[in-house]
Design a binder for this molecule. Structure first.
Ligand code: GLU
Length: 304
């Protein structure tokens, strides 16, 4: 199927809609982004590529990293990850502290901040050079050595991420963080700050549409079983307290980030990344959500 015409059609419809979203100004560095930018890129498992707008412009991937961290952590042996983090949707905002106390420091799932902090802790314990190994993992997935951290964004979040600091301390108090809390927080902020374009993201996530194999080099990133589980977690937990809405309207496993990016995959068919910086009240890209809703509806290509 040639998706280019659908892309263009939807883009001009979105131009008519007022963007009611707001930039993620709680991380000051993210408020300097030009909010009018919009990009989209779809790559099929047969390597056909379709793009639109600012698809080559890099942006802060923020929480989208959580899926890649999970993929890397699942590759580590003996980490007992699922004793330390659940797989249930949270129905709460990304940075909620409320459930954590009720559930005695075991985060609901690995895609809320609390769960991602535990995954970061696992990576810190098992990798020799966590920061370097993580970025190399992402570069290999995307087939692009230019991908990097952004120290401005990471520092900006370090200075203002008081809720994440509270969270990691609370989890530590329950004995579910093994490393020093500052080290975990530092690593988390670095991973959030990675900058990628829609093009790079669609490429990096293609393994989740291809049973865990990176189509670029034919190498297994995760096993078929793990790939299935990661997609299930994205489907149920990728959009915080808007996960049901995303399943209802878009119908694909996906993950958002407060940089305004969204990645979604159609197992067996394609991965698609969209980016528009203004966020709705739940912290997900306002126009990105609309674009994907129109796209899967027009092309009848949701998984449902
Ligand atoms: N760095 C963000 C935070 O911890 C990630 C949240 C997101 O992208 O949804 O607040």
């Amino acid at each position: 199927m040639n998706y280019s015409d659908v892309f263009r059609e939807i883009a001009s419809e979105l131009d008519e809609i007022e963007d009611r979203g707001q930039l993620a100004a709680y991380i000051p560095e993210l408020s300097h982004v030009d909010p009018s930018q919009f990009g989209a890129c779809l790559i099929t498992t047969k390597n056909e590529q379709f793009f639109l707008g600012d698809y080559k412009t890099t942006f802060s991937i923020q929480s989208i990293f959580k899926v890649l961290a999970l993929a890397l952590a699942r590759g580590l042996r003996e980490n007992h990850l699922w004793d330390r983090v659940g797989v249930e949707p949270s129905g709460s905002p990304f940075n909620s502290l409320v459930q954590l106390e009720y559930e005695q420091g075991i985060p609901r799932n690995p895609l809320i901040n609390a769960g991602a902090l535990v995954v970061c802790d696992v990576l810190l314990t098992h990798l020799k050079n966590p920061r370097q190994e993580f970025i190399e993992f992402v570069r290999d997935l995307a087939g692009d050595q230019d991908i990097d951290y952004c120290s401005r964004v990471a520092d900006s979040e370090r200075r203002t991420g008081h809720k994440n600091a509270a969270m990691v301390n609370l989890i530590k108090a329950y004995g579910n963080i093994t490393n020093d809390v500052d080290r975990v927080l530092d690593f988390y902020c670095d991973l959030c700050s990675i900058e990628m374009s829609c093009n790079q993201l669609a490429q990096a996530f293609l393994f989740q549409a291809a049973n865990g194999i990176n189509p670029l080099n034919g190498r297994e990133v995760v096993s078929v079983g793990r790939s299935k589980r990661i997609n299930a977690i994205m489907q149920l937990c990728g959009f915080y307290d808007e996960a049901g809405e995303f399943a209802f309207k878009v119908g694909l496993p996906g993950k958002s980030g407060v940089g305004g990016g969204i990645i979604a995959v159609h197992p067996g068919k394609y991965s698609i990344a969209v980016w528009s910086p203004r966020l709705n009240a739940k912290g997900n890209s306002f126009k990105g959500m609309k674009f994907l809703e129109l796209f899967t509806t027009r092309t009848a290509s949701s998984i449902f």
